[in-house]
Write a protein that binds this ligand. Structure first.
Ligand code: PMP
Length: 408
């Protein structure tokens, strides 16, 4: 058995060591490497603000790209269901039945991403963990971008298919690998994100569709950070690249641009039916609370009815990227700017800059391993439609002062 470095049982401490003693030494190692994480009380407030320890900070750390997490209309939609029916779904859907709001949300999401059908799951993590092993198995080949999210990596591993990891966004390396494997049996799946959550760069989906077609491969797209945001209608990366209907499976979450929680997998009616039967996190898990589904449905209606939110986000992202260029920071050429990873490298240094930014009133994520590869720790800036120009310019000024010259 291989054990990840730093996992209990992976150390040579041996038998008879009390669990807490072993965990204590592992935590001390995280401390020494400045990789220990902690959570702390926080409240979200309207206007892209958070309240932490009594202070109000401008929030650049979250994925609430359209400000819908604090929208009172989605809260009202949830409250109506809560008042009538309480909180719990009671059981997995295949046991007791499906609440009509789950079906209404699935129908609306499918229509939104221009797919015949969609299936709702409890989270994006659960969706990837469930869908990939339901679709690929031993003898199949999964081609996975090296910077894919942990949930995609885990879904690939759990499938027990052969996993080929290709360099980030490198279509010619992918093409080569597919060519080398041409005579192997099994289905081929290419697994990518539409927009990378820690880099902010886009996968060129139009070219990917061509490559997939050439090799008879299928595409599994995680559009967690694209859906609701990218494309004229906010329908995500496939809309942006003009390849709607050409991606076999699209996963989107409801906890980011939609400001709620949960996720969906969209594709053909057969896909939905298969996942309903075989995606284990769907089959074996209590259905998401109907009130949360009602909130997500209300959020979807707002996303469709208020394109001005996306327009504000685009304008804010542009202002932020221009500002970064003015203070001498390079930004990924690919990408729209609602996510920017500013590489610092060292984990401790990244933490210290985030701490200094916080002292000036800006909450920015300090992203360290295992969320990103070793020595690529970074500040991750998420821009929202709700940021004011004052908040954006203030953060830019602070970054200009605090970032080391080499950071990009
Ligand atoms: N995929 C990607 C690319 C993500 O960034 C995330 C969330 N960090 C997920 C999946 C998981 O989504 P959820 O938060 O809904 O579990």
């Amino acid at each position: 058995m291989t054990v990840e470095r730093g996992s209990p049982g992976g150390t040579a401490v041996g038998k008879g060591i009390p669990l807490d003693e072993e965990l204590g030494s592992l935590l001390a190692r995280l401390d020494a490497e400045e990789l220990r994480r902690s959570d702390r009380p926080m409240r979200r407030l309207p206007g892209a603000l958070v309240q932490i320890e009594g202070r109000r900070l401008a929030d650049f750390s979250s994925n609430d790209y359209l400000g819908l997490a604090t929208d009172t209309r989605t809260a009202k939609a949830a409250a109506d269901v809560l008042e009538r029916e309480g909180v719990g779904a009671g059981a997995a859907r295949l046991i007791s039945g499906t609440h009509p709001v789950h079906l209404a949300l699935e129908g609306a999401l499918a229509a939104f991403v221009r797919a015949p059908a969609a299936l709702l799951l409890g989270s994006g993590y659960a969706a990837n963990l469930g869908a990939l092993p339901a679709l690929a198995g031993p003898g199949d080949l999964l081609y996975s971008d090296e910077l894919n999210h942990a949930s995609l990596i885990d879904g690939c591993r759990l499938s027990r298919a052969t996993v080929r990891i290709f360099p980030h966004r490198d279509l010619s390396a992918l093409d080569r690998r597919l060519g080398e494997d041409r005579d192997l049996p099994g289905a081929r799946w290419i697994v990518v994100e539409g927009i990378y959550s820690m880099e902010g760069d886009l996968f060129p989906l139009d070219a990917l569709v061509e490559t997939a077609r050439e090799y008879g491969a299928r595409i599994y797209l995680d559009d967690a950070h694209g859906v609701g945001v990218l494309g004229e209608g906010g329908r995500g990366t496939p809309e942006l690249y003009g390849v709607e209907g050409e991606v076999d499976v699209v996963m989107g979450t409801l906890g980011k641009a939609f400001g709620a929680a949960g996720a969906f997998v969209a594709g053909s009616a057969a896909l939905r039916e298969w996942l309903l039967n075989r995606a284990r996190p769907f089959v074996f898990s209590t259905a998401p609370p109907p009130a949360v589904a009602a909130a997500a449905l209300a959020a979807l209606e707002i996303v469709e009815a208020e394109p001005e939110r996306r327009a504000r986000l685009v304008a804010n992202a542009r202002r932020f990227r221009q500002g970064l260029a003015e203070v001498g920071r390079s930004v990924p050429a690919q990408g729209t700017g609602h996510i920017t990873g500013l590489r610092v490298g060292d984990a401790g240094e990244t933490l210290r800059i985030a701490h200094d930014l916080e002292a000036r009133g800006y909450l920015v994520g300090a992203v360290r391993p295992p969320s990103v590869p070793a020595e690529t720790s970074r500040l991750r800036v998420g821009v929202s439609s709700e940021h004011t120009t004052g908040q954006l310019d203030g953060l830019l000024r602070a970054l200009g002062e605090l970032l080391p010259p080499a950071a990009g």
